[in-house]
Design a protein around this ligand. Structure first.
Ligand code: PEP
Length: 252
């Protein structure tokens, strides 16, 4: 059985400012040292990539962006390409966050194109998938998650998942304070891993699948203890240094 190391990543969303970022990043560096290289990442707003690079380079903490264009270059006002993210030392980029899907009309096909563009430039995509409350109540969680995943696999192929991270984020748990129980999360994580294993067991065994949705210091350890949960994508709690550091350390 593969031993997957854990990853805890903070999604700052549209929060931050140069002064508070510096304090937060320095606190994260100091407070998560024992996790070592590859265990912690932050997803900052585009304008703070340069600041993050200068503070985090030569530390164990990685950084990335929260979105990327599916295009390489051109007349796409307001967009940012994967090559530009590489220019600022990004290791990861979030793809298909539910807020992008719901508020900016990103469908599974667009998400798949972004995934492909990110990998082509050398970034590790963190692909977010998850169902809404209505979909959970209609008992179609597995169909929803499968469609989101399969659209990416159809475009890039199953082997490309080896160089990515998945994040299962039930939409009803994001920013709501309602966390999936460890068992609810494990059920979906297990479904995702089994589905991938049916095509490629090696990729499935190595792939990190993070959980996201109202993770806090008080519930992180029980979530991270589940066999198919390989860490977390943390929104609100990633902006509070002590809370985020405690979540990171729950993954040790
Ligand atoms: C997220 O934005 O990916 C997220 C999980 O947010 P929160 O932790 O605030 O629910």
């Amino acid at each position: 059985m593969a031993i997957r190391s854990k990853l805890v990543a903070g999604n700052w969303k549209m929060h931050g400012g140069t002064i508070q970022n510096r304090e937060l990043l320095n606190a994260i560096i100091a407070g998560t040292e024992e996790l070592g290289e590859g265990g912690v990442a932050v997803f900052v707003p585009y304008p703070y990539l340069s600041q993050s690079q200068s503070i985090l380079q030569k530390t164990h903490v990685s950084w990335g962006a929260q979105n990327v264009s599916q295009h390489d270059k051109g007349a796409y006002t307001g967009e940012v390409s994967a090559a530009m993210l590489m220019d600022f030392g990004c290791r990861y980029v979030i793809i298909g966050h539910s807020e992008r899907r719901a508020l900016y009309g990103e469908d599974s096909r667009t998400v798949a194109l972004k995934f492909k563009a990110a990998q082509a430039a050398g970034l590790i995509p963190v692909l977010c998938i998850g169902e809404t409350l209505d979909q959970r109540e209609a008992v179609i969680t597995e169909q929803v998650v499968a469609e989101q995943l399969d659209t990416v696999i159809e475009l890039v192929g199953i082997n490309a998942l080896a160089d990515s991270v998945l994040a299962y984020e039930p939409v009803w748990a994001i920013g709501t304070g309602k966390t999936a129980t460890p068992e609810q999360a494990q059920d979906v994580h297990g479904f995702i891993r089994d589905r991938i294993a049916a095509s490629n067991p090696e990729v499935a065994a190595e792939l990190k699948v993070l959980y996201g949705g109202s993770v806090k210091a008080s519930n992180a350890a029980e979530l991270f203890a589940m066999p198919d949960i390989d860490g977390g994508l943390i929104g609100g709690a990633s902006l509070i240094a002590d809370e985020f550091i405690a979540i990171c350390n729950a993954a040790r």
